[in-house]
Design a protein around this ligand. Structure first.
Ligand code: GLU
Length: 308
């Protein structure tokens, strides 16, 4: 397996040249655009990797499935679904999903937890008396899923996001006008910005993917972290909405549930077989790791990973 990963990594590396670092959060411009790494973890705990797997980067939108999991653990599927739907929007992640209605229920149906408006709403659904408490619970779950108690927030990226997050503010205030956010919008946003700034490695993402692949159980043990039905719910949404407005293209080329982030991370789930973590900060036009997708495409092809 190591040999295959090294071979595929080498073949995919040149594709980093075709992408660009995310520039709308200034701090993300400090990443090395040529970096590329892949880490694979199986349900029995066996692991393999190649390339840049120790580098820390911010989780960004890959936190969205974790926000969803925490909201599910705290409220169950019916309550979560009554607030945020499951349909792909076909629009960019930060789109103002304006539909021609003022009806809250209809508006909820047209969101999903993998776009910013849906993820910001997930923050409100997490239990906790304060937003600090809600965020601390999310961080604990992230550490547990990754089996890494040392995971922390990258303060510089957090400050950078907070200082430049006007679009996310617009999205959150729009939710407030529809009565979908109660209380202080800035506190909700603070939880969301912190969540996006959690620092991870490819290995952390592979472990989180492996728990989702293993239907909620920790790889290499019988410890249950969340119910199997939540894995089914999250993986289905990842498949249809996880790769921004490139989700359909990714489904035909790679064919597995996955979530990407503008920090260059991808967490992929091959149900019952493995979790995969990718780091490659040069992005394509949709905001996905350009060489990372290429690497996953080849890996899927060679290992028959497509669920189709
Ligand atoms: N913090 C980023 C934002 O909301 C996350 C974007 C992403 O990774 O898609 O703008």
């Amino acid at each position: 397996m190591e040999q295959l990963l090294e071979e595929l990594l080498e073949a995919s590396q040149p594709y980093t040249q075709n992408g660009k670092l995310a520039n709308y959060i200034p701090e993300l411009l400090k990443a090395d655009p040529n970096a590329l790494g892949i880490y694979v973890m199986r349900p029995d705990g066996k692991r393999s990797w190649a390339g840049d797997c120790t580098h820390k980067f911010t989780i960004q939108s890959v936190v969205k499935p974790i926000l969803l999991l925490q909201a599910l653990l705290d409220n169950g599927i019916d309550v979560v679904r009554s607030h945020v739907g499951v349909e792909a929007t076909g629009k960019p992640f930060d789109a103002i999903n304006a539909i021609n209605t003022n009806e809250k229920a209809l508006y909820s149906e047209h969101l999903n937890p993998m776009v910013n408006m849906g993820a910001i709403l997930m923050c409100t659904l997490i239990h906790g008396d304060t937003y600090q408490e809600k965020f601390d619970r999310l961080l604990d779950l992230t550490r547990k899923l990754a089996d890494n108690p040392d995971i922390v927030v990258d303060e510089a990226v957090y400050q950078s996001e907070k200082a430049t997050g006007s679009k996310n503010r617009a999205l959150a205030y729009l939710l407030k006008t529809y009565g979908m956010i109660q209380g202080d919008v800035e506190e909700v946003l603070d939880c969301y910005f912190r969540a996006c700034s959690i620092q991870v490695t490819c290995k952390d993402l592979a472990r989180i993917g492996a728990v989702l692949a293993n239907r909620g159980r920790a790889p290499g043990s019988d410890e249950r972290i969340f119910p199997a039905k939540f894995a089914q719910y999250v993986n289905a949404i990842l498949l249809t909405c996880g790769m921004y407005d490139g989700s359909g293209d990714f489904a035909v080329r790679v064919g597995i549930p996955a979530k990407s982030g503008v920090g260059g991370g991808i967490m992929a789930v091959v149900p019952t077989r493995m979790g995969i973590g990718i780091f490659g900060p040069a992005l394509d036009k949709n905001g996905n790791s350009i060489a990372g997708i290429r690497l996953l495409e080849e890996f899927s092809h060679r290992m028959y990973l497509s669920i189709f």
